[in-house]
Design a protein. Sequence first.
Length: 163
Amino acid sequence: MNLDDPNLLIAHTDGACSGNPGPGGWGVVISGREKTVQGCGHEPATTNQRMELTAAIKALRKTQRTPRPLLIVTDSEYVQKGATEWLAGWKAKGWKNAHKKPVANRDLWEELDALLNDRAGPVGWQWVKGHSGDLGNEEADWLARQGAEGASGWRERREEVAA
């Protein structure tokens, strides 16, 4: 994926859970050249992995109709490796993992797979270390924690584009 592409959308995604399981939230920050869209949401009883996956799903849903390339940046190796390395094998093995047990969170993985297959534009994935100063990841983390406390919704902000 060409990071210098002016049409590239970058979605930082994160999940949070107070207890595991417990109340959880997801956070998404989608940045393009002209605007940034932020969203968060709440689940009353969930796990951190489900919230990490939900954040990626929300980013895909929000950008589903655009042909612009999308780079999903996550601090979840579970989501990044699941999407790029494990998903095809799970499907080929009838949704069984390497230990021949049912894939955890299959419902969300199936939804993510369908969104990836139906998206108008290409999708890339990047893992970043959490809590390491990546500004997009820190913002998504903050939104996910707000979601875990019950916040939800999307908002847009316009960016000043240098001429």
